[in-house]
Design a protein around this ligand. Sequence first.
Ligand SMILES: *Cc1c(COP(=O)(O)O)cnc(C)c1O
Length: 373
Amino acid sequence: MYSDSNIKRSWVEVNLRKLIENLDAYKAELNNKTQIMAVVKADAYGHGAQVISNTLANLRGLNLFAVSNIEEAIELRMSGITGEILILGYTPIVLLNEVEKYNLTQTLLSEEYAEMVYGSGINVKCQFAIDTGMNRIGLDSSNIDKCIKIIKKYSDLLYLNGVFTHLCVADEPKIQSCEFTRLQIQRFNTVVDKISDLNLKYIHYMNSAGGLFHSGGGIVRLGIVLYGLKPDYKNVLPKKIQPVLAWKTVIAMIKTVEEGNTVGYGRIYQTTKRTRIATLPTGYADGYRRELSNVGYVLIKGKRANIVGRICMDQMMVDVTDIEGVSVGDEVILIGEDSGEHITADDMARMIGTIGYEIVCGISKRVPRKYSD
Ligand SMILES: *Cc1c(COP(=O)(O)O)cnc(C)c1O
């Protein structure tokens, strides 16, 4: 492995100052009793969970974290995180000894799962997921008596320290969506009221959008907005919130292609004039989405260069005809900003009908992450 950080092909730059500014700006929107649980699943949405979590713990004293699975939880614990680590999803029962060993907290997905956890004889910390309308995981809150009975039963048998639900349309400004979110919160509160005697430490229902648009105090499980992206592209975020991650590559080769020639696989792009083409050493194996073929753009010297032809596995071609003074080795911005021009993961997502979450999570492992503060 080359460890020289000057050797650059395709890399991500994560700005930790912006991360902290986002956290502060987000918290400024909420009442000051609100606590933050940092959601750092999927390697902190592609930003690198170890560095992100330790930065939040060291600079802002964060001590609540959420991940999606046991591997992510152990990685976090091993990296020095001493606070609570909640596993939001399924853990195979045979791995519960690891949950105990690393002092993690397991979500109870259902009554059946709770029974299996009890059956394992391993007394791990756990929290019940409550389903208030998303129909993904959790105890059905519409059957309220049964729901309460199950929670109380397992709070006697297991080390239950919380309950939570998940909002499924908190990011949508439509009236029907706001009404549904209010209904979900109301259902959750009904459950919470009836188990108040258990004095559970962690009771939470908000994601990023929930905290911004439907805050009721308590704990926010903060994910996407921490990274400076939008839950939904229609959302308006507080002004100071900005993307934490930039993705860069370089120009590997430049050539002139005469009018009437095609570029790349499938010959889907044809030059209509004499065109300067730059080849970039980043492709879909790096997580650069192939749907951006002939659609997306990159930034070179603060100007847009359109992608021409299909994105290849490891390379792509862009049109630099109108950009002066480009040469091999010049830096290219795939996600980020330069001289007032910008392209965010949200912009990119919108062009191909997905969400910023999927863009940043999709940047491959082979793209190194570099950190600055
Ligand atoms: C991913 C996730 C979150 C964070 O959602 P954002 O929209 O990124 O803030 C919160 N809670 C649960 C259960 C999740 O799975």
